[in-house]
Design a protein around this ligand. Structure first.
Ligand code: FES
Length: 122
């Protein structure tokens, strides 16, 4: 297993009340090999924690225009702030917009009494 697939602690359960988001850098980019940071976010919805890479499948850019703001105005779908694509919160599937039928890259999430951890799927 390489470091990209290892678990990263991104917060504690107390940091993540229902409908709140935590953002983090999962993998640091390196200008020498022209890689950029891979950022992600987790959120809690109806008690369950979900995590995704913060990367819109349309243009590969970050979804949010403000820290911690990912949902549409009705708080139903994750929304890309650039062209408005809508994603199902529990699967990351894009159901409307220019990348309809594609999906956010979901992260594996593990929650224990004092940590929320994520990793990229193998
Ligand atoms: S970059 Fe996300 S919908 Fe276009």
């Amino acid at each position: 297993m390489n470091e990209h697939h290892s678990w990263h602690k991104v917060g504690s359960p107390d940091d993540l009340v229902d409908d709140s988001f935590l953002e983090f850098t999962l993998i640091k980019g390196n200008p020498e090999d022209q890689t950029t940071d891979q950022r992600g976010f987790v959120f809690r919805r109806n008690g369950k924690v979900y995590g995704y890479l913060n990367r819109c499948p349309h243009l590969g850019i970050e979804l949010n225009w403000m820290p911690g703001r990912f949902m549409d105005s009705d708080n139903c779908f994750i929304q890309c702030s650039t062209h408005g694509a809508l994603f199902l919160p529990d699967s990351g599937e894009c159901i409307a917009g220019p990348c309809q039928g594609e999906a956010l890259v979901s992260l594996e999430v593990a929650e224990s009494r004092d940590a929320i951890e994520v990793r990229l799927p193998e």
